[in-house]
Design a binder for this molecule. Sequence first.
Ligand code: ACO
Length: 426
Amino acid sequence: MDKAKFLVSGKEYEFPLLNGTENEVAVDIRKLRESTGLITYDPGYGNTGSCRSAITFIDGDNGILRYRGYPIEELAGQIRFSAAAYLMVYGRLPSESEFLEWRKQLTLNSFVHASQVNFFDNYSALAHPMNILSSMVSSMSAFYPYDAEDESDIDLHIRRLIGQVKTIAAFSYRKSVGLPYIYPRTDHSYAANFLRMMFATPAEEYVVPKVMENALDMLLILHMDHEQNCSTSTVRMVASSMSNIYASVSAGISALWGRLHGGANEAVLNMLQRISEDGGNVSKYVELAKKKDDPFRLMGFGHRVYKNFDPRSRILKKAVDDVFNEMGIHDPLLGVARELEDVALKDDFFIQRKLYPNVDFYSGILYRALGIPTEMFTVLFAIGRMPGWIAHWLEMRADPDLRIQRPRQIYIGETKRHYEKNDTFL
Ligand code: ACO
């Protein structure tokens, strides 16, 4: 079958089918409105394919996630973040010399412009670090000349974005606690540099604990891409108007911030804290999450695509055990999280709706073990997601099907009416 047939008011129309490499099939409705006068209605885009992409494959029914063909289980915890970032952006793993050069370039391009560093002094003490991150990334295009007509230096902008996002994140933290800024070094890995910039003091040598470096590498890789999610679709939407890469990615950071998306990791921790302070009665909160008239939801549960399990959450759950054992940590919130998962997974409401823990459920517990403050959790997600956003930006710009993204609507407002001249107060 290579065509889909629709019957509209007794007349038959045929539309071609598009096939992906993993057997998924889409109806190509590009000529739908032209031939039938109809448009589609799909709030939340749950049935809409917005592009063809060769970056990430997800099979939500079977809990499969692959970057550029590689299963997530073979990347997270196995290779360095910068190697995975290279794979994401350029579509293949680097050779040893390419890897060393790329890692060095990411560090050499990770210094925030000296004039931009002054910005940190002027944010309100109440500013959320995601707010700071999105505006700092947006203003990068004011410091680095950018010609949208000639993007031959795009690789330099890419290195700056991946390099600087972690510096901006660490500096916003250092500013918030009144500590001097620490700069990255070429003899450290990406993750080690971030931890050093967060936690070192100029007073003594800081040796990055290997267990923390490895855990952070794994966390960042787990968050690197997830095909056409809300923030990535935002990056693509902005990029479709030919906006520059800094502006596009900054919009993605804003989209990620929401608590239904990346902001869920912060919300999970706050929820676990609330349950713990309320006596640890998880059943009470599971019941509350089921009430239609209450806005409370189990944060870190449910996913638009995964209807079986989220493979990232499985990897994280195991990693939490390993890291906690190695670091000799005990966190009472981990007990609350495990109990909450157990109770929810046995509950009919969650079983029927196929609601499972997602990537955000255990990531916060692990960030907390690394000493990352709760309000920085979503910033960590953004650091990990940066190569993914960039890969989608590049793919979109090279797509021969690229058109400015501009959905249609079903208008439900007033039909034509007239302004009455006797409304004299106007
Ligand atoms: N707690 C309680 N009920 C839930 C939850 C939850 N976490 N998630 C979904 N439901 C219920 C809904 O109330 C709805 O019930 P109904 O059919 O009786 O009306 C049903 O499950 C389907 O939910 P939708 O909101 O329609 O699913 P959607 O695909 O639009 O939303 C989302 C997915 C946003 C992730 C949702 O599950 C949610 O709000 N989860 C909590 C926030 C969260 O963890 N977000 C992170 C997602 S992963 C990421 O972005 C990195």
